[in-house]
Design a protein around this ligand. Structure first.
Ligand code: PDD
Length: 278
């Protein structure tokens, strides 16, 4: 695996990150996770578009052009020697003595890693995974792919401690938003429901691809908030994400979803997604 910082490619274990990088001290930055399959990035444009939007939302001015970032991504994949890899890219607002407000004259720093993708057990994709529903305690700008991930970290840890793959988050005890690092969907009577892409969720690249495919296949997709009870009574529940792909959830809060087997719509979308990413 390789690391990189500020245009330099280094060994992943090299000590390179400045102690006063605002990414460390404030989580003052944004990130993306992008997969490469068979030597090609999957939806690179969409991820870099979103990264630009995230930068705009936090008023971070990148120090490389979009073209430079894109070329750098390709260079990294080449130098890594990997065909299948996971690229983690982050912008931070730069290095400066610690003050909360934006320090004048800092230069944004691009850094990250490229390494083999973590492997999700195939039986989860085949037979479905478990999830719990817990309160969404994150901030109100979840549409920004911010480095501040403590809300997601704490949620995922609760899921893992409950023997689950994911925590599905419930805002204000009223409606489901998304997973801790995935988007969530519920299927009822052949209609597919997912939260609208407002400030309470991350507008996932995979979410958009899967929604478009579902519509192309003739399914109705409704971007509507639904209750946790709706999820419990759904015929199917599934998650989407760059690393999550299309993951069936067959046990939710210790109860089977529908008949407890992977549903036909989830299976179809899972297969179609795999075809798309090759
Ligand atoms: N997570 N929602 C949240 C809160 C996420 O962190 C992610 C992605 C998604 C799915 O987005 P996409 O389909 O664009 O990957 C939804 C990244 C991969 C992570 O694990 O950090």
């Amino acid at each position: 695996p390789l690391g990189f910082i500020d245009g330099k490619i280094v060994d992943i274990d090299a000590l390179v990150v400045p102690l006063e990088d605002r990414g460390h001290q404030f989580g003052d930055g944004v990130y993306e996770v992008i997969m490469a399959i068979d030597g090609k990035y999957v939806y690179l444009k969409e991820h870099l578009d979103r990264m630009e939007r995230s930068c705009g939302e936090i008023r971070l001015v990148p120090s490389f052009s979009r073209e430079e970032v894109e070329n750098f991504c390709h260079q990294l994949l080449k130098e890594s020697g990997m065909n299948d890899a996971m690229l983690y890219l982050q912008w931070t607002r730069g290095v400066s003595p610690r003050v909360h407000s934006f320090p004048p004259n800092t230069r944004a720093i691009l850094s990250g890693t490229i390494r083999p993708a973590k492997v999700i057990p195939p039986e989860l994709f085949a037979n479905g995974a478990r999830a719990i529903m817990i309160p969404d305690e994150r901030w109100l700008k979840c549409h920004v792919k911010s480095l501040n991930l403590l809300g997601s970290v704490l949620a995922k840890q609760l899921a893992v401690e409950a023997g689950c793959f994911e925590a599905i988050l419930v805002r204000d005890n009223k409606f489901v938003t998304e997973g801790s690092n995935s988007n969530s969907f519920a299927v009822k009577d052949n209609c597919i429901y997912t939260a609208p892409a407002n400030n309470l969720i991350l507008a996932g690249v995979t979410r958009a691809v899967v929604m478009a495919k579902a519509q192309e296949l003739g399914y109705t997709v409704k971007e509507e908030f639904v209750s946790p009870q709706f999820y419990k009574e759904a015929d199917e529940v599934f998650l989407t994400g760059t690393t999550t792909e299309v993951m069936p959830i067959t046990i939710l809060d210790n109860e089977p979803v529908g008949d407890g087997k992977v549903g036909p719509i989830t299976r179809k979308l899972q297969e179609e997604y795999w075809k798309l990413i090759g």
